[in-house]
Write a protein that binds this ligand. Structure first.
Ligand code: 13P
Length: 335
């Protein structure tokens, strides 16, 4: 077993998943302002250190993805953030892309940037304690999109990033996110997501990435958020499994879904059913941002930043997601 494979398994085994707390300052500002909190470095740190210092979190969370600002911060009780995370047996990860920009010659689409100087930045993050990394490619569905141009160029960038991350002894999370915005059907989401993921693995293979030392972070197969043809959770699970069975090579140890705008309960229920019907060798778990943090952020703002109440609600969500990753969740457990 390679070192990278061991790290990947440590992050996602036994029902554990990933907390995606890597919102850029722009995104985090939107999240904080939505609950009437001013977005300052201090407030961003305070909310995040409240989550990371939750007692017993390592039963549910194997890895935390940070943003550049956070990995360089020191907690209000004097520990660096990566030390706080590793002291509870959780692995530190870092988002290393620098964001999605307009794709030249396909101006409705995006290409993710951040390859220039990446090798040097990776070395710095390893020194700070990171052992895994994340890069997100983003694709929107419309009549003509995602285009071949965006599918090929984002897959190329994801592969070059992954090769560099592994060279720096860190596990790359490969995140091709097909957005749920739009009125497309779930079957369109299925065919587009399959095409996107297949192209990613073609490029990862070309770039000699060790597939046993990555984690795939895809979207689930859903109808578009404006579609009138919504599908049941059972179908989400079946279609998601069909998609991944046909597009992900067997060497990949695990798949950690993004929540992508689903509610906390939807993201939990869908993951539970995916695991109930999982007929693949892949570990299927979560790498949620909003679906782990939404209620906690609301309680944090409403209780004047009460640490205990915020941690209780956050740990409840993390525990529910872990139960879903073991196909042991049910709605009754929510109360
Ligand atoms: P969501 O779970 O909120 O989609 O965030 C996950 C993530 O890391 C998106 O890049």
């Amino acid at each position: 077993m390679s070192e990278l494979n061991k790290i990947a398994l440590k992050i996602i085994s036994n029902g554990k998943g990933i907390l995606a707390a890597d919102e850029s300052n722009g995104t985090m500002t939107k999240r904080l302002e939505a609950v009437n909190v001013t977005s300052t470095p201090e407030n961003r740190l305070l909310f995040r250190e409240t989550l990371f210092s939750s007692e017993g979190l390592n039963k549910y969370i194997g890895g935390v993805i940070l943003y550049d600002e956070t990995i360089n911060q020191t907690t209000n009780f004097g520990k660096s953030i990566p030390d706080l995370i590793s002291s509870s047996g959780i692995i530190t990860g870092i988002k290393v892309d620098t964001g999605a920009k307009t794709l030249a010659n396909s101006s409705e689409e995006k290409i993710t940037e951040g390859l220039d100087g990446l090798r040097e930045r990776l070395d710095k993050y390893y020194e700070l304690g990171a052992r895994f990394t994340k890069w997100r490619g983003v694709y929107a569905i419309s009549d003509k999109n995602p285009s071949k141009l965006s599918i090929n160029s984002n897959a190329h960038a994801l592969a070059r990033y992954s090769a560099l991350a592994q060279e720096s002894k860190m596990v790359p999370i490969v995140e091709p996110e097909v957005l749920m915005d739009g009125n497309h059907s779930a079957d369109i989401c299925l065919s587009k997501t399959s095409e996107v993921i297949k192209k990613c693995f073609e490029e990862l293979t070309l770039h000699k990435v060790d597939l046993s030392g990555i984690i795939l972070k895809p979207n689930m197969i859903l109808a578009g958020s404006q579609s009138r043809r919504k599908i049941l959770s059972e179908e989400v699970a079946q279609k998601t499994l069909d998609c991944l069975k046909n597009s992900v090579p067997n060497e990949v140890p695990g798949i950690a879904f993004l929540s992508g705008g689903q509610t906390e309960i939807e993201a939990t229920e869908n993951l539970n059913l995916i695991n109930k019907y999982n007929n693949t060798n892949f570990i299927m778990t979560f790498s949620y941002g909003r679906a782990l943090q939404q209620s906690a952020l609301k309680v944090w703002s409403e209780t004047n930043k009460d640490i205990q109440k915020t941690q209780n609600i956050f740990k409840h969500r993390a525990r529910m997601c872990t139960l879903a990753a073991k196909a042991k969740w049910s709605i009754e457990l929510e109360n």
